[in-house]
Design a protein around this ligand. Structure first.
Ligand code: NAP
Length: 479
C-alpha cells in the first residue's frame, strides 16, 4: 500500500461531492475520493488533481482502506434510498469509532434512524446540513453538523476549516445530537422559501404599483442591498432583474414561466411546523404560493373569470411607496425568521437537542443562501437572552419592526384593494397583530368546541376546566 493514508474521504462525486472534495484538498487535506461510477472519480482527479492530494479508488473496499483511523467518510449522494444503499455498503468495512457523515439533504427523521442504527454498531453518524449550492461547497459553505459531540471533536476542526468565514468566524458549529443538523438545515431552507417569496412580492408590488420595469426594480434592490436588507438573495434578485433575454430582448424575468417548483424541504418544514404546532405562517404561505403558481388547471379556470373589483394603485409619491415596500419587506422577513427560530426552539425542546439559536444565526451569516447582514442582529438578540421566547420581542427587533408597521399596513391594504396577492406580507402582518393581541377570538372557538363536542374550556377569572350543558339547561359544571 503506497498510497498515503487519507485524512478524510468523500463518496458521491456529483457536483456537490466533487466541490466539497476539492475544497478539502485545497485546504491541505489528503482526500480519498470515490463514486459509484468510476468515471466521475477519474474526471475529478484529471481536472483538479493539481489542487491538492486526492487518493482515488474504484472500489468501496479500496476507498475505505485508504483512510486513516478513525475514518471520516463524507457521503454526498442523492438523498433517500441511495444514501441508505451507500451506508449499507460502507458499514461492514468500518471499525468502531469511525465516522460516517451524510452531507446530503436528508430528512431529519431518516438521520435519527441512521444515527441510532450506526451507534448500535459502535459507529458515529453525523447528519450535516450543507448550504450554499455548488459554489458554497467549493469556496466555503455554511455547515450544520449533528451527531455526537465526541465525533465533532474530531470532525469539527476540518469542517470549520473548509466552511465560509465571516469576520474570521467559521460558518460551522456543532448543532446537536442525532437529527439536529439536518433539522436546522431544513428550517434554513424553509426560511429561504419565505425570504424568496417576500422578495417576489416586493418585486410585484413595485412592478404593479409603480409600473416600473425590471431594470428599474433591479436598481431599487441594489439600493436596498446597501442597508438593513443586505443579503445574498437581494443581491441576486438585482442581478436576475437586470438580465436581458438574448433571444427576445425582453427582461429575462418576463420570459420565465411563472410556475415555481420545490424539491421538498419547504414541504418538510411546513409539515413539521404543523406537527409541533408552531405557526410558521411565512414559510407555509411561501410554500403554498409555489403550489398555487403550479396549480395550472385552477389558474386557467380563474384567469379572466373571477371578478376582481379592484382599484388601481394610487401612488402619488414614488419614493415614499418604495420606502413603504422596503419597510414592509423587512418587517415580514423578521416575522419569518422569528417563526423559524420558534420552530427550532420547539424541536430542540422536544428532542433534547439544546440547540443554541444565536449560534445558528451566526453560522448562517456566510456561505449559505440566506446569508444576510441582519443575522448579526439575531445572534445579538439571543446573546442578550438565550431563552428569548419571541425574536420579535427583542429590543432591537421591536424597534426595527415597530418603525415599519404603519408602512406595512399601508402596503398590505393597498395591495388588497388593488387585487395584488401578497400572501407572505399579509400573513406575516396578521401573525404580528395576532401575537401582540391582548385578546384573540380563540375564546369563541373554545366555546364552539365545547358546544358541539364537549371539549371543555378554561375561564379567565378562575382556575379549572369547565363544560356548559348546551343541550340542557345551559348551566356550567366543572369538567
Ligand atoms: P445528486 O444529483 O443528488 O446525486 C448524484 C450522486 O449520487 C452521484 O454521485 C451518483 O453516483 C450518486 N448515487 C445516486 N444513486 C446512488 C446509489 N444508489 N448508490 C451510490 N451512489 C449513488 O448530486 P448533488 O447535486 O451533488 O447532491 C448531492 C447531495 O447534496 C444531495 O443529497 C443533495 O440534495 C445535496 N445538496 C445539493 C445541493 C445542490 O445545490 N445541488 C445543495 C445542498 C445539498 P453516479 O455518478 O454513479 O450516478
Amino acid at each position: 500500500m503506497s498510497a498515503p493514508a487519507a485524512q478524510i474521504g468523500v463518496t458521491g462525486l456529483a457536483v456537490m461531492g466533487r466541490n466539497l472534495a476539492r475544497n478539502l484538498a485545497r485546504h491541505g487535506y489528503t482526500v480519498a475520493v470515490h463514486n459509484r461510477s468510476y468515471a466521475k472519480t477519474e474526471s475529478l482527479v484529471a481536472d483538479h488533481g493539481d489542487e491538492g492530494t486526492f487518493v482515488p479508488s474504484e472500489s468501496v473496499e479500496d476507498f475505505v482502506a485508504s483512510l486513516a483511523r478513525p475514518r471520516k467518510v463524507i457521503v454526498m449522494v442523492k438523498a433517500g434510498g441511495p444514501t441508505d444503499a451507500v451506508i449499507d455498503e460502507l458499514v461492514p468495512l468500518l471499525d468502531e469509532g469511525d465516522i460516517v457523515i451524510d452531507a446530503g439533504n436528508a430528512h431529519f427523521p431518516d438521520t435519527r434512524r441512521r444515527e441510532a442504527a450506526l451507534k448500535a454498531k459502535g459507529l458515529h453518524f453525523v447528519g450535516t446540513g450543507v448550504s450554499g449550492g455548488e459554489e458554497g461547497a467549493l469556496n466555503g459553505p455554511s455547515i450544520m453538523p449533528g451527531g455526537s459531540r465526541e465525533s465533532y471533536e474530531v470532525l469539527g476542526p476540518i469542517l470549520e476549516d473548509i466552511s465560509a468565514k465571516v469576520d474570521g468566524t467559521p460558518c460551522c458549529t456543532y448543532v446537536g445530537p442525532d437529527g439536529a443538523g439536518h433539522f436546522v438545515k431544513m428550517v434554513h431552507n424553509g426560511i429561504e422559501y419565505a425570504d424568496m417569496q417576500l422578495i417576489a412580492e416586493a418585486y410585484d408590488l413595485l412592478k404593479q404599483g409603480l409600473g416600473a420595469s425590471a431594470a428599474e426594480i433591479a436598481d431599487i434592490f441594489r439600493t436596498w442591498n446597501e442597508g438593513d436588507l443586505e443579503s445574498f438573495l437581494i443581491e441576486i434578485t438585482a442581478e436576475v432583474l437586470s438580465q436581458v433575454d438574448a433571444e427576445t430582448g425582453s427582461a429575462f424575468v418576463d420570459v420565465v414561466l411563472d410556475q415555481a417548483e420545490q424539491k421538498g424541504t419547504g414541504r418538510w418544514t411546513v409539515q413539521n411546523g404543523l406537527d409541533l404546532g408552531v405557526p410558521i405562517t411565512g414559510i407555509a404561505e411561501a410554500t403554498f404560493a409555489r403550489a398555487l403558481s403550479g396549480s395550472v388547471p385552477q389558474r386557467t379556470a380563474a384567469v379572466g373569470t373571477l371578478p376582481a373589483h379592484a382599484q388601481a394603485f394610487d401612488v402619488t409619491d414614488r419614493e415614499a411607496f418604495i420606502e413603504d415596500v422596503r419597510l414592509a419587506l423587512y418587517a415580514s422577513k423578521v416575522v419569518a425568521y422569528s417563526q423559524g427560530f420558534d420552530q427550532i426552539a420547539a424541536a430542540s425542546a422536544e428532542n433534547d437537542w439544546a440547540i443554541d439559536r444565536g449560534a445558528m444565526a451566526r453560522i448562517w451569516r456566510g456561505g449559505c443562501i440566506i446569508r444576510a447582514r441582519f443575522l448579526n442582529r439575531i445572534t445579538e438578540a439571543y446573546e442578550r437572552d438565550a431563552d428569548l421566547p419571541l425574536l420579535l420581542a427583542d429590543e432591537y427587533f421591536t424597534g426595527a419592526v415597530g418603525n415599519g408597521v404603519q408602512a406595512w399596513r399601508r402596503v398590505v391594504s393597498q395591495a388588497a384593494l388593488a387585487g395584488v396577492p401578497t400572501p407572505a406580507f399579509s400573513s406575516s402582518l396578521a401573525y404580528y397583530d395576532g401575537v401582540r393581541a391582548e385578546r384573540l377570538p380563540a375564546s369563541l372557538i373554545q366555546a364552539q368546541r365545547d358546544f358541539f363536542g364537549a371539549h371543555t374550556y378554561r375561564r379567565t377569572d378562575k382556575d379549572g376546566t369547565f363544560h356548559t350543558d348546551w343541550s340542557g339547561d345551559r348551566t356550567e359544571q366543572p369538567a
